[in-house]
Design a protein around this ligand. Structure first.
Ligand SMILES: Cc1ncc(COP(=O)(O)O)c(C=O)c1O
Length: 424
């Protein structure tokens, strides 16, 4: 019989295999100083493009004050119980009312974390006779929620409406045979490459197929739409989204999340979400701090306008310099280049250590082999000079990449130090 620890030691997993090479640097990098467009990394200042702090709320003085006041009044962890047992407060209910209003839904319910909340929402919405149809590039929280489903599930090709329709036909047959229904799940914004989910086109399919739509709008909430209500508002179909979901981990610069929709459905979810029924309530500083953040989202449209001004400068600057930023139509800014995983690490090291630019880097298997993807998240706090410095640095490292600089370094490293990089 196998000892499961032996298996684990032999196969540390898709990320674990990089632990010896990159921990603390490429993966689990340790940044210091207050969150902002300039942070400290490995003893030097870097321009930081890797925080999902779109609206610069993390260090907004009014937010800091509200959080601190709430913590001083209630302590960090009030209330001490699950919502259903002893953790419900008037402030929780108020935040839910205000969130529902903000995303143009009847009702909302708070979740402790986005990831767990989404897993549980999917679990609570479907029964074994129902069919789930979801975008193949969905976030892990959707994939893991679907894993709990005891019934049929189909994926459709990423943002491909013809593929969705084909799968809706299959799903309709299965659901009719089983006496179940269909739940379609997509993201409002795909966080890695920045495309909006084609919500409008998905909603149009409702006239032909019977299904309910659940949208994870983690990156759309606060950044898209006239009022910041997200990708559905941006595309003019917010009212067609049956269950709207967002985390507080991005525009709200906090933690926690929420779902919103029709009163009756949210009430059902309130009484059936296992991630909430069996877990401690979202704490008071986050709830009161959440009210302050939401107030800023509502009353300071200039913050979102500045985010978009910065996004447009960064994205047009990259495009003018010939960079491939794919088909992003959101603030998420991917920069795609060709190179091996070792070249990617050397390039990122160069960018951080010699140009003082910190971005996230994504490698195979998240993206195809041979591709390097650097992801930049512009925020309302970045300045013109930070954007210009970054563009100049990108130009320089790209010249080095195509000139074979990192390839030469790779060969040298492999030869001199016997360094190996396990190809996956
Ligand atoms: C699209 C998407 N959904 C869900 C989550 C999970 O949210 P949380 O960090 O609140 O668990 C994230 C990451 O924050 C995300 O990017």
């Amino acid at each position: 019989m196998l000892d499961i620890f032996d298996r684990i030691k032999e196969n540390p997993g898709p990320l674990g295999q990089f632990a010896d090479y990159g921990e603390g640097y490429f993966i689990f990098p340790r940044l210091e100083g207050p969150i902002g467009p300039r942070m400290q990394f490995q003893g030097r200042e870097v321009i930081f493009w890797s925080a999902n702090d779109y609206l610069g709320m993390c260090n907004h003085p009014e937010v800091l004050e509200a959080d601190a006041k709430a913590a001083a009044e209630f302590g960090m962890f009030y209330p001490m119980g699950a919502r259903a047992m002893s953790g419900e407060t008037e402030q929780h209910l108020q935040l839910e009312r205000e969130l529902a209003d903000f995303v143009q839904k009847e009702s909302a319910y708070l979740l402790n974390f986005g990831y767990q909340g989404m897993v549980s929402t999917i679990d609570a919405l479907v029964g074994r006779n129902d069919v789930i149809v979801y975008d193949v590039d969905s976030h892990a929280c959707i994939v893991d929620g679907v894993r709990l489903h005891a019934g049929k599930r189909f994926t459709y090709r990423h943002n491909d409406i013809a593929s969705l329709e084909k799968n809706l036909e299959r799903a309709t047959k299965v659901a009719e045979e089983n006496g179940g229904g269909i739940l379609v799940i997509t993201e409002g914004v795909f966080g890695m490459r920045g495309q909006q989910g084609k919500l409008k086109e998905i909603c149009e399919l409702k006239s032909k197929y019977q299904f309910r739509l659940l949208v994870d709008d983690a990156h759309g909430f606060g950044t898209l739409g006239e009022t910041g209500a997200g990708a559905g508002e941006e595309q003019g179909c917010q009212d067609q989204i049956d269950v709207y979901f967002s985390t507080f981990a991005k525009s709200m610069a906090g933690f926690g999340a929420f779902i919103a929709g029709d009163k009756e459905i949210i009430r059902y979810l309130k009484f059936n979400l296992r991630s909430q029924i069996f877990a401690k309530s979202l704490t008071m500083p986050m709830v009161i701090g959440g009210l302050k953040r939401l107030q800023l989202l509502r009353t300071r449209p200039e913050i979102k306008a500045k985010l978009w001004e910065n996004t447009n400068k960064l994205q047009s600057g990259l495009k003018e310099r010939g960079f491939n930023i794919g088909d992003t139509n959101t603030c998420v800014t991917p920069v795609m280049m060709q190179g091996s995983p070792v070249e990617a690490t050397l390039l990122v090291k160069d960018l951080r250590e010699n140009y003082g630019i910190f971005t996230s880097v994504v490698a195979y298997p998240v993206i195809p082999k041979g591709m390097i993807l650097l992801r930049l998240i512009p925020t309302a706090s970045h300045t013109d000079s930070e954007i210009n410095e970054t563009l100049a640095a990108f130009e320089a490292i790209h010249d080095k990449l195509v000139g074979g600089h990192y390839k030469d370094q790779e060969q040298k490293l492999l030869a001199e130090q016997g360094l190996s990089f396990k190809e996956i």
